[in-house]
Design a protein around this ligand. Sequence first.
Ligand code: GDP
Length: 576
Amino acid sequence: MSRHRVKAVSYDEDDYDDGYDSPDPEEQEFLQQCTAEVLSQLSAGDPPVTATREEVQEALWHYYNDVEKSVNYLRGKKAKEVKKPSAPAPAVKAKPSAGPSPDDVVLNAQSSAKGFKSKQASSKAAGKKAQADLAGGMNNLSVEEKVNVRSKNLDVLSEYSKSQRKKAMNFAVIGHVDAGKSTLMGRLLADLKAVDQRTLDKYRSEAHQMGKESFALAWVLDQGAEERARGVTIDIATNKFETESTVFTIVDSPGHRDFVPNMIAGASQADFAVLVIDSGTGNFESGLKGQTKEHALLARSMGIQRIIVAVNKMDSVEWDQERFEEIEQQVSSFLTTAGFQAKNIAFVPCSGISGDNVTRRSEDPKVSWYQGQTLVGELEATEPYSHAVDKPLRMTIGDVFRGSVQNPLSISGRLDAGSLQVGDQILTMPSGEKATIRSLEVDGEPNDWAVAGQNVTLNLVNIDPIHLRSGDVICRASAPIANVTSFTCKVLAFDHLLPSMVDIHRGRLHVPGRISQLIATLDKGSGSIIKKKPKIVGPGTVARIVVEMDQAVPLEAPTRIVLRAGGDTVAAGLLE
Ligand code: GDP
């Protein structure tokens, strides 16, 4: 699978470098054996469970070919698929008696919450039912009867320049499974008081009873699961914390994603990434071979420029300076070949468990050799992207959900460009339907307006919910985004590219389509044409290709897209 194939690859928009293995026959065979084993265990179980090969291989990929974990995951997943979403699924508190990793606990809770929510809003089949539900919830709000919303007609950009709001940034957390991502993020949320003390104490005592004190922190990350299960809150606003200068939102936090498609969605909304590395002897080396590289490469493909490397679990190596420096040297050489500039990479030795160098500087004499920033210091030192606030409005819908009685229909997401205010009429694509913004929230706080870069919830009226889906784009009738059924793009091939079926991912949007033409292979540095109409494009090569889709989708240059096939990332690049 792609993580095995991906090797050090250097590229920027116009600067790509060689370096992919072709699939290893031994690995392929091992994967086939594991797949067969998982399928047989699933069908022999009580009750028997059926899964597609693709689902099995996706699970195996995630769990590093661990058959048992993959079987457990798929059983849980399938059980949820048959359950009625009538009652919110139990969240974090479901405590398996054996010792699952906190990651499993979080993932399970997430998939319960997600399963419920997706039955309400995202899954295609159930989407219709959800839409009917939403429509039911809107009985008192007939679509024909237009609701008038008074606009204050603010000059949003001048309001924005006057406003005293804190800097706001989103980041994605990436790294190998078990690197300590959930624990470290839980530590940040707990130490910065983003989680209330009672909840924390409750998790601590539950974890203590299990004899797994350290799990409490990982559970903190998931404290929104219950609300999400009720369909009232949204992924994106759940894991938020503040420092004196900045409001941070963790998008794509470890428990929040099912594999790569969700990592792509998260990374597309992030200003920077935190890469968590397990400094434990042997663990770092195996992690670097695994997801660490693919995640970092994908993050770069999605346009992320700055990366903060948390060299975690330093307590487990006695805060050994040499170990830290060895990791620093290897990871920075890998990250620079993946396209990150050295000035945009920072390293912090830390421990999520003890909290040293996370929000407070370590006082341990063993750490006296380190004089740099804490993890939070590095987060704060990051400059936010300058978002195009004065460009035409663009916002990709992350979630559509049923809000409160006053606000029966809401959408959330990050404003990619432009600005908006209460009372504005917006256009949603691809449906081409209009809606009115009745009220809005910025980072969970009511506000009259919002600008690019902010995470917003828009409470809408005058639209039927069937016209809104996650992945759709919000714009204005005066400067609409076009629906297209084909596009030309410049991509870096992760695998062999031929005219063939692919899934096109753009943020949360993913649609089936196909590569219909290989126009040319390009020089990585200059972008000039090397060969016209190649029959095949090899891994590591940059090419211009044409992609066609079965349905019209709102897309425009210079959007970043990822092409996947059979559960693998085959190419990533920019729409032209
Ligand atoms: P994730 O899969 O990356 O989210 O990792 P988790 O946060 O679930 O942690 C994986 C395992 O590493 C758990 O058993 C944690 O208790 C342990 N762990 C996490 N952080 C630290 C740390 O700073 N030091 C040590 N020694 N162990 C840690």
